[in-house]
Design a protein around this ligand. Structure first.
Ligand SMILES: C[S@@+](CC[C@H](N)C(=O)[O-])C[C@H]1O[C@@H](n2cnc3c(N)ncnc32)[C@H](O)[C@@H]1O
Length: 233
């Protein structure tokens, strides 16, 4: 039976794609990529484009809106799932590409849930990828954890009280999706005396990579969605 591959394509640099991901992407007849809204270009697809042969492979782009409020999102995931299912039923393998790793806050997880619940017979193979966390830590020169240190990873959009507790309790805290709430997070870091302990990294592992240690300089600025904050005590 045809199968679904969930392929992690890393943070942006095609050299950070695994050999396995490259092999799967070259030989899979259908490639499916997510975009946040219609008309956008897919970051994941742009990373793997050098490995694709559009004359031989079908490339499908589907909208997966990115918002916290899940109301009305099911129809988008159902539509993408139906498209993938159609190709599988026709005996074609499908590779769904996601930035970083497919099992870390990825759009693929919505499809994964649908297929595991409703089509458990369809094999799904996950090809792990280099996460944005690894690429950001490398870019900033910040080791994520040593010896008995504890690390927490969470979306910065997390409830304020829990975010404060996490910042106090862990040695290293990685805040994903920080762009829209940066000013509030920075105010909290200042309150906790941690404003000098962080690094903001945007587009890690790409040629537009940006690493900022002076977090104060980012307050009030419009920040890239592809960015995260590492707080290290
Ligand atoms: C939907 S999550 C995808 C995470 C991805 N699956 C991974 O393994 O890294 C999107 C968030 O990942 C982070 N991100 C993804 N790519 C990034 C990059 N190149 N540099 C910095 N942060 C990135 C940002 O925090 C962004 O808001």
């Amino acid at each position: 039976m045809a199968r679904i591959y969930a392929v992690g394509v890393g943070p942006g640099d095609p050299e950070l794609l695994t050999l396995k991901a490259e092999r799967v992407l070259r030989r899979t007849p259908v490639i499916c990529a997510p975009v946040a809204s219609a008309g956008d270009s897919s970051h994941a697809l742009s990373i793997v484009e050098p490995f694709l042969d559009r004359a031989r492979q079908e490339v499908i782009v589907r909208v997966f809106p990115m918002r916290k409020d899940r109301e009305g999102l099911d129809e988008f995931w159902e539509e993408a799932a139906a498209t993938v299912l159609d190709r599988i039923r026709r005996g074609k393998d499908v590779a769904f590409v996601t930035i970083g790793d497919p099992f870390l806050y990825s759009t693929f997880l919505y499809l994964y849930r649908i297929f595991r619940e409703r089509h458990p017979d369809i094999p799904i193979e996950v090809v792990p990828g280099v996460t944005s966390i690894n690429a950001a830590a490398a870019a900033a020169g910040i080791p994520l954890a040593a010896a008995s240190e504890r690390i927490a990873v969470l979306p910065a959009t997390f409830e304020e009280g829990k975010l404060r507790t996490t910042l106090m309790e862990f040695d290293t805290v990685v805040l994903m999706k920080v762009n829209r709430v940066f000013d509030q997070v920075f105010a909290m870091l200042r309150e906790l005396g941690l404003e000098g302990n962080g690094a903001f990294i945007a587009r890690a592992g790409t040629d537009q990579e940006q690493v900022v240690f002076d977090l104060d300089s980012l307050v009030g600025k419009k920040l890239d969605y592809l960015s995260l904050l590492i707080v290290k005590k």
